[in-house]
Design a protein around this ligand. Sequence first.
Ligand SMILES: [Fe+2]
Ligand SMILES: [Fe+2]
Length: 168
Amino acid sequence: MIDEEMVNALNRQLNAELYSGYMYLSMAAYFESIDLSGFANWNRVHAQEEFTHGMKFYDYLVSRGARVTLTEIEAPPTEWEGAFAVFDHVLRHEQLVTGLINKLVDLAISQKDHATNNFLQWFVAEQVEEEETAGGILKKVKLAGDNSSALLLLDKDLMGSSTGSATE
Ligand SMILES: [Fe+2]
Ligand SMILES: [Fe+2]
């Protein structure tokens, strides 16, 4: 039996993951508008990943016999001041999500809900990867600075990304 407070918290995280997907998709659209289609591709692929995260919460709730309740998804920003501003935002957002996941783990532990704690550990590991990836791209964008050739080279690199990783 899963506690109601836990169900509500997991539903809120489902919403947060869908918001993340929405945010990354908005970033993809922004990059399309400034003709950085490699960056757009990376963000688009990442949006899909976030929707998959949301579905993990959906499936887990269903598997525990709990009710999935979808709520309004907040509108993401639509404009940024260049690639550095976007990836600075990405890193801060992923750090925020790590905090949300940690709070969910705290709640699962306080309720001695070992199954939910076990389910959440996948996200604990995923967030380490997410912060590393975002931080890695942010560093490269910072290195490129005002050098448009360097930025275009990075854009070309990201064109092939299909895993959400900075370098793959
Ligand atoms: Fe996520
Ligand atoms: Fe994420």
